[in-house]
Design a protein around this ligand. Structure first.
Ligand code: URA
Ligand code: SF4
Length: 203
């Protein structure tokens, strides 16, 4: 393991210690396990969902329920197996009854996501759903006018002084009962894989 990946692993372990003790918003009261992230922190591509659901809260891992199984399948089709990418969420504790996270919860929790991204410095960021898309767009000063207008598009931004690509997607949970959305998500994630291939071939 390189020094760089040992440093990242250690920093992420430290972040997990902080998140486990975090009480910055009310969600700590009802969570079983906080969910920091999963996958390869050395990956050049990061997928960002919304918040843990029931199974994520039980297992302490992102995207391990029904939406997660669909995401795994779509990642496989795009030739990016789950363990080759890094997956996380905007909010680290499960909102009760899987309700949407509140703006103040996103505000309280997003510094953890920022620190993960600062460590990993991905070249491609895939936002899954409107909450993570709105958050990453706000960080990049891109106007957000609804997920259906921006999904499937690629945005070139400057993060960490480097060209970084943001690819916006519908959330996989939205595709569980909607075949059309499923096709859209598959195409978007395949596109993200193509962009990643281009970025890596230039560097
Ligand atoms: N939905 C999300 O947004 N994140 C998860 O981790 C699981 C479901
Ligand atoms: Fe802390 Fe985030 Fe959990 Fe709120 S959701 S308690 S900010 S870790």
């Amino acid at each position: 393991m390189s020094l760089d990946s040992r440093f990242k692993d250690e920093a992420l372990r430290q972040l997990m210690v902080e998140v486990s003790a975090c009480k910055k918003c009310g969600l700590w009261r009802s969570r079983r396990n906080p969910v920091l992230g999963d996958g390869d922190p050395s990956s050049p591509i990061v997928f960002i969902g919304e918040a843990p659901g029931y199974w994520e809260d039980v297992r302490g891992k992102p995207f391990v329920g029904a939406a997660g199984r669909l995401l795994d399948e779509i990642l496989g089709k795009a030739m990016m197996p789950r363990n080759s990418v890094y997956i996380t969420n905007v909010v680290k504790c499960r909102p009760p009854e899987n309700r949407d996270p509140l703006p103040e919860e996103i505000e309280a929790c997003s510094p953890y996501l920022d620190r993960q991204l600062d460590l990993i410095r991905p070249r491609v960021i895939v936002t899954l759903g409107r909450h993570s898309t709105a958050y990453i767009f706000s960080r990049a000063s891109i106007p957000f006018d609804g997920i259906s207008r921006v999904q499937g598009k690629v945005y070139e931004v400057s993060f960490w002084g480097e060209r970084t690509y943001v690819v916006a997607s519908y959330h996989p949970a939205a595709a569980l009962y909607n075949v059309r959305l499923r096709g859209e998500i598959e195409n978007t994630i395949k596109l993200a894989g193509v962009i990643l291939g281009q970025v890596l071939s230039k560097s």
